[in-house]
Design a protein. Structure first.
Length: 119
């Protein structure tokens, strides 16, 4: 299973980040949910304190490209194997930064990837 950091997590069940956390857990992945506001999604606590020692395989983004700028170095510092850019989070500038660090860039939908077994 792939430990995953969901950035942009929300306790609002109508948000795709909420649904992604639920689906990741249902598919057996360990999840760190990170958002602006603390909360809970099922049994997963939404954190708003960054931890530089998180061990993650995948980062999946639910924040727009402008907000991503604040996280560039922090995400790269975690040394994930890949970063998933969900619809609406596309960011060619960040793509290039990640590729320079040998981090795979995946412009795709986490929910779709999980549903078709391509996560």
């Amino acid at each position: 299973m792939k430990p995953t950091l969901v950035i942009g997590a929300s306790a609002n069940p109508e948000r795709y980040a909420f649904k992604a956390v639920q689906s990741l857990v249902n598919h057996g992945h360990s999840v760190i949910a990170f958002g602006r506001r603390k909360g809970v999604i099922g049994d997963v606590e939404i954190r708003n304190d960054w931890n530089t020692t998180w061990k993650v395989d995948t980062v999946t983004l639910y924040i727009n490209s402008k907000i991503q700028e604040d996280y560039y170095e922090m995400i790269i510092g975690l040394k994930p194997k890949r970063v998933i850019f969900n619809p609406g989070t596309e960011n060619p500038t960040f793509y290039n930064m990640l590729k320079e660090k040998d981090i795979e860039v995946v412009p795709a939908c986490t929910l779709v990837m999980l549903s078709i077994g391509d996560y």
